[in-house]
Design a binder for this molecule. Structure first.
Ligand SMILES: *Cc1c(COP(=O)(O)O)cnc(C)c1O
Length: 383
């Protein structure tokens, strides 16, 4: 690598980072490296070469280098088998003590909350659930805590945390901070710049971007934390396959374009939805009346491409809206090129404080008029 994070804009880094060395005849893309083991003898790893793919493999390096640069990290990222493998690895950074305390947003990716509750049951951790956009409440909960998982915008309620204030307070109180940056992407915000210890991604979503990969990653500037996370990955076997990582790097190349279009679509659709008579509530940080609007405007680059929508008719109305779509896909997950939506409470594990009729819309890169026409006809059919 002959350039650093400050040499180019993020949109350029997403295209240029993680390429093979420029040599005559060299491929412009890394190969899909398929080898479970490497030629080695003597003390394993002593010569700095690869030994066994579960430890480390060149199949991961180009993507890890690119994501590290995009997140303004001094060290390469670490890829994991999934976003949840990354969350799980981060939770192991909790200190080994009688009643460790973990702070989580009350609305966050539901499996991250399920895993925190599992920690409570298994190792007696105290889990403090906070409204992540209520800064005083968050800082009070950080008192005496060991680890905080932060999402902003949150999944699915789109609350915006004051990352600067909260991360500064955590640092002062000695609380290790993990920021799940899946919704914003590294083009939307870089939490390491605000003082986060670790940033994590469900690469499955925007980074890979085509709903064909499940993958996760963590990024940190702290060499000791990075080596503990890498050790966890190795011994727990939470490793990524070479094909998935190659596809994720291919997806990353178009991240800036995809996000630009998806975010512009989301801004337009949120504004139109807010005017529709059959809509009870729309959430998108771009809306001037949204609670997170001002904070997102100063803290983020763009407002993300997820919209929260509550149509008339309660849960049944929301289900009817999903069923009435011709173009939008009824599906979970988000961040793909295709627009999709789902009623979140169809999952029994979703937080009970997420309204029953709350739909999470993942806005894709289709023509905005097609997306609107479909939403509008399905909404009109509700009355
Ligand atoms: C999807 C998601 C995860 C989990 O990632 P997987 O790749 O599905 O394991 C974690 N955090 C957020 C915010 C997510 O949206």
């Amino acid at each position: 690598m002959d350039f650093g994070p400050d040499d180019f804009s993020p949109a350029t880094l997403a295209v240029a980072a993680g390429r093979p060395e420029r040599q005559p005849g060299a491929a412009v893309n890394p190969p899909i490296a398929l080898s479970s083991t490497y030629v080695s003898q003597g003390e394993a790893g002593a010569d700095g070469n690869f030994v066994y793919t579960r430890w480390d493999t060149e199949a991961w390096h180009a993507f890890e280098e690119a994501l590290g640069l995009l997140e303004h990290a001094k060290l390469p990222a670490l890829v994991f088998a999934s976003g949840m493998a990354a969350v799980s690895a981060c939770y192991t950074l909790l200190p080994n003590k009688p009643r460790p305390v973990i702070v989580v947003p009350k609305h966050a990716y539901h499996a991250s909350l399920v895993l925190a509750d599992e920690l409570a049951a298994r190792v007696g951790a105290e889990v403090r659930r906070v409204a992540i956009d209520e800064t005083a409440e968050v800082i009070a909960a950080l008192e005496g805590a060991d680890l905080a998982l932060i999402e902003s915008p949150t999944n699915p309620m789109l609350e915006i945390a004051d990352l600067v204030e909260v991360l500064a307070a955590a640092r002062q109180l000695g609380v290790l901070t993990i920021v799940d940056n899946t919704f914003a992407t590294p083009l939307g915000q870089n939490p390491l710049d605000f003082g986060a210890d670790v940033v994590l991604h469900s690469v499955t979503k925007y980074l890979a971007g085509h709903s064909d990969v499940v993958l996760g990653a963590v990024v940190t500037n702290d060499a000791e934390l990075r080596s503990r996370l890498a050790q966890h990955r190795t011994v727990h076997g939470a490793i990524a396959g070479p094909f998935e990582v190659w596809l994720a790097l291919r997806g990353l190349r178009t991240l800036a374009l995809r996000l630009e279009r998806a975010q512009a679509n989301a801004v337009e659709l949120a504004a139109r939805l807010a005017q529709h008579p059959n809509v009870v509530e729309v959430r998108h940080p771009s809306l001037p009346g949204d609670k997170g609007h001002e904070r997102a405007s100063t803290q983020m680059n763009g407002y993300g491409a997820i919209i929260g929508l509550r149509p008339i008719g309660g849960a049944a109305g929301a289900d009817a809206l999903v069923a009435g779509m011709r173009l939008w896909l009824p599906a979970t997950s988000l961040g793909g090129v295709e627009s999709s939506l789902e009623r979140r409470r169809r999952f029994a594990s979703e937080s009970a404080t997420v309204p029953e009729d709350f739909l999470r819309l993942s806005v894709g890169i289709e023509d905005v008029e097609d997306l609107w026409q479909d939403l509008n006809q399905a909404l009109n059919a509700l009355s």
